[in-house]
Design a protein around this ligand. Structure first.
Ligand SMILES: Nc1ncnc2c1ncn2[C@@H]1O[C@H](COP(=O)(O)OP(=O)(O)OP(=O)(O)O)[C@@H](O)[C@H]1O
Ligand SMILES: Cc1ncc(C[n+]2csc(CCO)c2C)c(N)n1
Length: 262
């Protein structure tokens, strides 16, 4: 007789952090950190800039310096820069402009130069920093929102997705203007609340790190039922969310992605 699969604890996910700040939010995290990468700021960057920790990965600081005033053109640029000040700039410091580094340093931003480490990406360094330093009192239910992680250079995108696999026990969401991505660790069964006003309908479930011999879902137009997925075989792209709640159970870590509405 086949052995039943192990019972897994449930993990909840919600993109309520993208709702306007006036809307009632029942998110799944207790605290948020924002990491800004060196890509054009997503349109909703100002909305997300109220978390416990704000970190810029190297050239990400240029994007905050230039991009926040561009996203808020009706406001005075200097006021905007003072309001949207990073707590930390971290990385190998080959992309942040000297005047931007000095501007934020004078405002009290911590500058962490890790140019000696050419083996890990700036995002990796930022996530490790947030996880290790007690910037927030309880990191156990902290969610790290990464802005500008998708689109652009493919090696950077793959490096960013690899960070999800390097920190499978951390909640990390990669964001662009068009979609978001997070990891569904195989250790849990996942309840994903779909915030229909801001996300969907297109979604995907992708075994990037390793094939899955059994994935089961509910709430999708094309559900999986103890289905195998692998690169070179089936992966679930161009799927559609049909219910407000999607559930996923798998024997492999999977990437969940969903489109963002404009
Ligand atoms: N085009 C891009 N697409 C996706 N992510 C990006 C892109 N450019 C930068 N990033 C992210 O922003 C981080 C900081 O970018 P930055 O340009 O400062 O990195 P870098 O280490 O100098 O890159 P490189 O030396 O490879 O050009 C990167 O580690 C990466 O995570
Ligand atoms: C096998 C291998 N491939 C690429 C790099 C280069 N690299 C990876 S992360 C990083 C830092 C980017 O800020 C650099 C330069 C390496 N070290 N090892």
């Amino acid at each position: 007789m086949a052995t039943p699969p192990p019972a897994r604890p449930a993990m909840s996910h919600s993109s309520a952090f993208l709702l306007p700040s006036s809307a009632p939010r029942t998110g799944s995290a207790d605290a948020y950190a924002v990491v800004v990468l060196n890509q054009r700021l997503p349109r909703f960057a100002p909305l997300l800039w109220a978390p416990q920790v704000r970190v810029c990965a190297d050239g990400g600081a240029n994007r905050v310096f230039d991009g926040m005033p561009e996203l808020l053109p009706e406001q005075d640029a200097d006021d905007v820069r003072l309001r949207y000040k990073p707590d930390v700039i971290k990385g190998d410091m080959d992309s942040v402009r000297p005047e931007v580094k000095e501007y934020y340093s004078n405002l009290g931003t911590k500058i962490v130069d890790e140019s000696h480490d050419q083996d890990t990406t700036d995002l990796h360094k930022c996530v490790a920093f947030i996880a290790q330093n007690s910037l927030v009192s309880d990191v156990s239910n902290l969610c790290i929102l990464v802005l500008g992680a998708l689109g652009g250079r493919f090696d950077h995108e793959m490096g960013n997705i690899n960070v999800l696999h390097l920190f499978p026990n951390s909640r990390i969401v990669l964001l662009s203007d068009d979609c978001l991505i997070f990891l569904l660790p195989r250790t849990h069964t996942h309840n994903i609340h779909i915030e229909r006003s801001i996300e969907g309908p297109h979604c995907g479930l992708i075994p990037i790190g390793a094939p899955s011999t059994s994935t089961t879902t509910t709430g999708l137009r094309w559900n999986l039922d103890k289905t195998c997925m692998s690169y070179g075989g089936l992966i679930s792209t161009s799927n559609v969310v049909d219910e407000d709640q999607v559930t996923v159970t798998s024997d492999s870590d999977l990437i969940w992605t969903i489109s963002l509405r404009h």
